[in-house]
Design a binder for this molecule. Sequence first.
Ligand code: THU
Length: 131
Amino acid sequence: MAAINKQKLVRAALRAQSRAIAPYSKFKVGAALLTKSGEIIGGANVENASYGLTCCAERVALFKALTEGKRNFTAIAVVARCAGGAMPCGACRQLLSEFAPRAKVFVADSRAPKVIREFSVRELLPGAFKL
Ligand code: THU
């Protein structure tokens, strides 16, 4: 299993953030998923005129990775211009608990990317819905 380099993963999330499409909220979020084999998959939030169809950066990264056949995620980094960084929303927490249950979640303010907070998916969503 590749070692987790959280600074590197946050840098990948910052690159993804630059491609966010957020003309309505102006709140650009970047995410980067790390697989067990060391691959990194980025994602950014995508908004459109029908606001409710917005997809968060975390889910874009997950959907990209999953539909490219990637599994076994060991970490995800999330960055946004926000004090302490933006915490994943409830919907993304559900998806993470289903598809990346053991991943570490790194959260950083994009203006201070060396300050990285770390969470487990379990602590972000205890008692996740399961079928
Ligand atoms: N957003 C994310 O991409 N990830 C989060 O963790 C929180 C919120 C996006 C959705 C929307 O485009 C913008 O941030 C404002 O809510």
